[in-house]
Design a protein around this ligand. Structure first.
Ligand code: ZN
Length: 237
């Protein structure tokens, strides 16, 4: 093959596969839905990455797939269930009851998955390197700081440093709402006129959201704080 034809081929490849700017960790929930849209609004060419970690139900992943299809965003779902044999029980994946009270620290410690964000970010960073992307975006926020050590600013900053050390290509770890609350994220999403009926938050996987679990309560409180009705349908009280 001549040098000329090789260069023609690489030009053609560039024309058909656009540079990927960022991998967005996207669960199908409200926060990552907002992060996904924020990245797109900033003009980034994104790939969405979801994890099947043994959720009690697939509602979030189903919603995530549907949203990505609508947006024309490439969406990768990676099945990491086999790692659960290494990790102690969390209520999100095992038979422990999901706390039904408010989003209080003691209750929510039952939902901690050991080393969760370090594992997920590691995989996402590797995916970003493979795609020749520049960054991984994810939706840590201040409301989780008290409960989840791996949502705190010092963790995110350290992961960003490690990501730069671990690869030839520096991948930035970007958490745009790190210092903001869940309600702030919703405010930003409402300002972007996002349709939050295209998200799933409830810990239960029934057809409609339960409205009573800690995730539903926190979600409803966020909407109430803005005086806005949650467009998601709930089971009648
Ligand atoms: Zn619920």
């Amino acid at each position: 093959m001549s040098e000329q034809s090789m260069s023609d081929e690489s030009t053609a490849a560039q024309a058909t596969s656009k540079q990927v700017d960022a991998v967005v960790i996207y669960s199908g929930g409200m926060d990552s839905y907002t992060v996904l849209h924020k990245a797109i609004r900033e003009g980034l060419n994104v790939h969405a990455l979801s994890f099947h970690y043994g959720q009690r139900h697939s509602k979030e992943l189903d919603v995530a797939a549907a949203v990505c299809k609508e947006l024309g965003v490439p969406h990768q779902v990676v099945d990491i269930r086999s790692i659960n044999t290494l990790l102690a029980g969390s209520a999100l994946t095992s038979d422990i009851d999901v706390p039904d009270a408010d989003y209080a620290e003691a209750n929510m410690k039952a939902t901690v998955v050991p080393n969760r964000n370090m594992i997920l970010l590691s995989l996402a960073i590797g995916y970003a390197v493979s795609l020749e992307a520049k960054a991984v975006w994810y939706g840590a926020h201040s409301g989780d700081h008290a409960i989840y050590p791996d949502c705190r600013p010092e963790f995110v900053e350290a992961m960003n440093t490690v990501s730069h050390l671990a690869n030839y290509e520096p991948i930035d770890v970007v958490s745009p709402y790190l210092y903001q609350s869940k309600a702030d994220i919703l405010a930003d999403g409402l300002a972007m006129q996002l349709d939050y009926s295209r998200t799933w938050t409830c810990y239960n996987g029934r057809e409609l959201a339960c409205g009573h679990c800690s995730a539903c309560r926190e979600r409803l409180q966020s909407f109430a704080a803005h005086g806005v009705t949650d467009p998601l349908q709930y089971e009648s009280a």
